[in-house]
Ligand binder design. Structure first.
Ligand code: ADP
Ligand code: MG
Length: 695
């Protein structure tokens, strides 16, 4: 086993390497760029590029790539060799500042939601110096942002960086009011990542897993997760070997992989890193997902990142732990030690409460996908209703402030002394609420609605931007106020009055909450198709335009991409289902029918005095189900054909949700029932037991 401190970050062009290899001035300029988001000059870029190349070549790199995050949700890369011909017929290895700063991949084959049609195919990638370059597979990876020739943003990184900038700007205004001069406020994220591991050979026999990432058929196994014996359970050797290997690979890339354990469902696991700056955490989460898959192959395993690989068993999510932190290292959601800091904490807390209530729909959109639709509201993940858990103590304090009279006496002095309140904040003594979509956990919020495969950039763009919007409003008020304390208290009070409906500390899985939420006027956007159109509404466009995150055109195009993505996913799933049903299940079932009917026939023909009553009813049931399978196949085929008639993205997505998805469900019910009847040896592909219990 390698020495962790030696291998950690060994493939990363990090600050230590920079300091070693760059001239002092260059290093200083680069650090300034990284810390403050300032632009980097060309001559400095040349020096950085040369040093990067030398370092990468020593690590065995022959190529470099601008690594970017298009709207597919995964990363993209195109590799170029460092080679350049020299006069003597040989090559020299070169890498210029220009090549480091800018790349020109063809943008025409990435989703653009209509932006592509009107603009040139050319796209640009631009170096993001705030995220370290690294070496992987003999290639120097340079994290970049991706946009079109016309300046439209085509990726997930640019708006994320912009949203961080927006929040930075407003948070600094607030902190200045509290007499603090900080250079930068960044948002921090620690994403806990869930995943499944299945045996590669079993996987290879399932077209649905290969093509869609989830099982489209499969009867419930005799044992599922009901014994609750898997969560935090003993990690099996093969999985343990995998996890060690994965940790090593991640550490080499400078990823702070910290915690690993078995999850609730059989074959399900989780990995959590130590939190970092949001854009780096995003890059790292993308890399983590990629490495999870790659490393699995070496161990004869396949890593499934789909939100719901198995029906009837818990699906996989990703918890986005989020906070704001100053360049001086102060966590703005830490309740703090002095009374003044308490006031400051309450103001930032109020900003998050208001932002979550006002932009709950956008938070919902940010986690919307066909895969995640299977989880949200299915009593295994938070419901589609966005609400917030603060715990009883914090809620009490806020309620005190809201009530006015109590503010000046009880609650306020409670806070001003700080002493009685603080330990309880920090320790989070209130019982852990696992059912809330958005929970305060001591000094950060945990947004729990994310699906396991989603890029965390979307949810964080919404969080950062909506909180920035509210902070701006608060900062304006503080600008105009004479008494800071009093104004903060007034703001907190108003926030509670107007937005406390979003606070809910009870059981979010209960039916009562669904009714209660409706009474409170909270949105319940059940499916992606219900949620996505909210993104394109006037109010959202206004928010994103105001903070320079997206233009109206970009918002509309992103809506299209999401809706199209939904429809395409269901379409692929439906086609895969048809293929499996027609070419695998039906032939197997017909063959089995033949066996059963032949047995029956033999028995009857012999004319012995034996009863064939059970055989007849068994054969009849089998035959009827087989008939039913054939008609469900026909039905799915028919609705799928009709889907072509819908051109509008929203209409099409709606159609897929209402008709195609429903037809898929009914076909599955019949096929799954047949699975329980047909002999194991006759079933054409591995079952849930094979997939869930053989790793
Ligand atoms: P939990 O609160 O779920 O029991 P931890 O306290 O270990 O577990 O945190 C879970 C995740 O939250 C980890 O990835 C951790 O790094 C991250 N986290 C902790 N503090 C912060 C913070 N200030 N900002 C963002 N993420 C954080
Ligand atoms: Mg957690």
């Amino acid at each position: 086993m390698a020495n962790v401190s030696e291998i950690f970050g060994c493939n990363v062009f990090n600050e230590t390497v920079m300091q070693e290899r760059l001239p002092k001035n260059t290093f200083k300029a680069l650090k300034k760029t990284m810390a403050e988001g300032k632009e980097l000059s060309r001559d400095i870029a040349d020096v950085v590029a040369a040093a990067m190349k030398d370092w990468a070549v020593e690590k065995g790199a022959t190529h470099y790539t601008h690594w970017f995050q298009p709207m597919t949700g995964i990363t993209a890369e195109k590799h170029d060799a460092f080679i350049s011909p020299s006069a003597d017929g040989k090559v020299i290895l070169e890498f210029s500042g220009k090549e480091l700063i800018k790349g020109e991949p063809d943008a025409s084959s990435f989703p653009s939601g209509g932006l592509r049609a009107t603009f040139e195919a050319r796209g640009y990638t631009t170096w993001d110096p705030t995220s370290y370059a690294f070496v992987k597979d003999d290639t120097l990876y340079i994290p970049t942002a991706f946009g079109s020739y016309g300046g439209e943003v085509l990726d997930k990184k640019t708006p994320l960086l912009r949203s961080m900038e927006a929040l930075n700007k407003q948070a600094i205004r607030i902190l200045n009011k509290f007499g603090k001069s900080v250079t930068r406020v960044t948002t921090t994220v620690g994403p806990e990542q869930e995943y499944f591991l299945v045996d590669k050979e079993m996987y290879a026999k399932r077209k649905d897993l290969i093509l869609t990432g989830r099982t489209l058929f499969g009867a419930k196994p005799a044992k599922g997760q009901e014994l609750e014996d898997h969560y935090f359970g003993n990690i099996r050797t093969r999985v343990s070997e995998y996890m060690k290997d994965l940790d090593n690979e991640l550490w080499k890339l400078g990823i702070l992989a910290k915690t690993k354990h078995n999850e609730v469902a059989p074959a399900q696991h989780e990995l959590a890193p130590i939190f970092g700056t949001t854009n780096i955490a995003t890059d790292h989460n993308q890399l983590t997902m990629e490495m999870m898959k790659k490393v699995a192959e070496r161990h004869g395993l396949v890593c499934l990142l789909h939100e719901k690989p198995f029906a009837g068993v818990n699906g996989s999510g990703k918890h986005n732990n989020w906070s704001m932190s100053t360049s001086e290292g102060e966590n703005l959601l830490e309740p703090g030690k002095s009374p003044k800091d308490n006031t400051q904490f309450l103001l930032f807390l109020a900003a998050v409460i208001k932002a979550v209530d006002e932009y709950a729909d956008l938070l919902r959109v940010s986690v919307a996908s066909a895969g995640n639709d299977h989880r949200l509201g299915a009593n295994e993940a938070p419901p589609a209703i966005i609400s917030m858990f603060l715990g009883d103590e914090l809620t009490n304090i806020l309620e005190c402030i809201e009530k006015g009279e109590a503010v000046s006496e009880t609650a306020r002095c409670f806070m001003e002394t700080g002493v009685s309140a603080l330990p309880r904040f920090v320790k989070d003594t209130t019982d852990r609420n696992r059912t809330s979509p958005f929970a305060f956990t001591g000094n950060k919020f945990e947004f729990r609605s994310l699906g396991s495969s989603v890029s965390i950039s979307g949810p964080n763009i919404v969080l950062n931007t909506s909180v920035a919007e509210v902070l701006e409003e608060f900062a304006d008020r503080l600008d105009a106020a004479t008494d800071l304390e009093a104004e903060v208290m007034a703001i907190v009070k108003e926030t509670m009055k107007d937005h406390k409906r979003v606070i809910f500390n009870g059981n979010n899985y209960s039916d009562e909450w669904v009714e209660e939420a409706e009474r409170r006027g909270l949105l319940n956007l059940k499916t992606s198709v219900d949620a996505i159109p909210r993104f394109g509404m006037e109010k959202s466009i206004k928010l994103f335009e105001k903070h320079g995150i997206f233009t109206a055109t970009e918002v509309k195009s992103r809506c299209e991409i999401l809706l199209e993505g939904y429809a395409k996913t269901i379409n692929i799933e439906a086609l895969t289902m048809l293929d499996m049903a027609q070419k695998e299940i039906l032939p197997a079932v017909l063959k089995y029918n033949k066996e059963v009917f032949e047995t029956l026939k033999v028995k009857q023909e012999l004319g012995l005095n034996v009863s064939v009553e059970k055989e007849v009813s068994y054969a009849t049931k089998l035959s009827n189900l087989t008939e039913s399978l054939m008609s469900k196949i026909e039905e799915l085929d028919k609705v799928l054909l009709e889907a072509k008639n819908y051109e509008d993205a929203l209409e099409s997505a709606k159609y897929y949700r209402e008709y195609v998805f429903e037809a898929m469900q009914t076909l599955r019910v019949v096929a799954d029932e047949l699975e329980t009847m047909v002999a194991s040896v006759a079933w054409p592909f591995p079952t849930y037991v094979d997939l869930l219990f053989y790793v």
